[in-house]
Design a protein around this ligand. Structure first.
Ligand code: ZN
Length: 297
């Protein structure tokens, strides 16, 4: 099954569901994640895609967990076109299972701030933040939406990590009551959600996003809307890495030229870019010229 996200509405609620097993595995592979990091990254990327589904075309957002746990920062960028990229600062942390016998994502994330930045392409990016509640990602995003955007919602995210450091199933959902939802509908929704099994179990059973929505909203009359294909994709390129190198100081660039070669990795996707001596000298000289032009103008 290809990764995908489906939007739907039912009496007074809107719901998005996503299957993300493939792109989560891509993230795990690129960053060589151990299980706790795999689950944290997978949930964060899936959550970012669900939140980005609300954006307009060409907008995007960054979800960033700045916790004090051993995983360090966990972040993901996602767009409504269905592209996501993400990283965990320390992907090879090993932690014992938590009291419920599950991967200890909350302990890995720790306490701190969850921030969400929206890039609209027109104005300055807008950042909101909230305290990390449990570090289990879904609860934190729910809290963020409530505190920072005054939007009550229900978010579920799940990654089933198998042996061999692979996600066997990953997915998530996002449910939001519309302003005109009546109390009886909300009661029914609450009862459904209290009984529902983890979303990773639904995906592991072979449900697609429509199937997840049907299970979440059992008894509702569901209207399915759009379906979007999802994929891990980074916007990095050698040209962008060159810009970063050019912005280094003269000393650092000189040191790279002395080394005779450099390898620069993209933080978001792990892609490695190689620079040989001639390229480094050209970059240093270009940076020098730019500085001179700036100094003279
Ligand atoms: Zn990249």
């Amino acid at each position: 099954m290809k990764d995908h996200l489906v939007k739907a509405t039912a009496e007074g609620v809107r719901v998005y569901a996503a299957v993300t097993t493939g792109l989560v595995n891509e993230g795990i592979r690129r960053h060589a994640c151990y299980p706790v990091a795999a689950a944290a990254l997978g949930r964060t990327m899936t959550g970012a895609l669900l939140m980005a589904a609300n954006l307009k075309n060409k907008e995007c957002l960054t979800v960033k967990f700045n916790g004090d746990g051993p995983l360090g920062t966990v972040a993901a960028d996602a767009s409504p076109e269905g592209f996501v990229r993400g990283y965990v600062m320390h992907p090879q942390v090993e932690l014992p299972l938590n009291a419920q016998g599950k991967l200890a994502v909350g302990d890995g994330i720790g306490h701190g701030l969850l921030s969400v930045t929206r890039f609209t392409g027109l104005k300055e990016p807008v950042t909101g933040s909230s305290e990390i509640v449990t570090g289990e990602i879904a609860e934190d995003i729910t809290e963020y939406l409530y505190v920072s955007e005054q939007t009550p919602s229900s978010v579920g995210l799940g990654v089933l990590v198998g042996k061999e450091l692979k996600a066997l199933a990953a997915g998530g959902f996002f449910i939001q009551p519309l302003p005109d939802a009546d109390d009886a509908v909300l009661d029914r929704l609450e009862k459904n959600l209290a009984q529902v099994r983890p979303v990773s179990a639904m995906v592991a059973d072979g449900l697609d996003a429509r199937g997840i929505i049907a299970e979440l909203l059992r008894g509702f009359s569901i209207r399915y809307l759009t379906e979007t294909e999802l994929a891990f994709r980074c916007q990095c390129s050698k040209a962008r890495i060159e810009e970063v190198l050019m912005s280094l100081g003269e000393k650092d660039l000189d040191a790279l030229v002395q080394d005779g070669k450099a390898e620069v990795g993209c933080q978001f996707c792990g892609e490695k870019y190689q620079f040989d001596a001639a390229e480094l000298i050209a970059l240093r000289d270009a940076a020098r010229t730019m500085r001179r032009v700036r100094a003279e103008s």
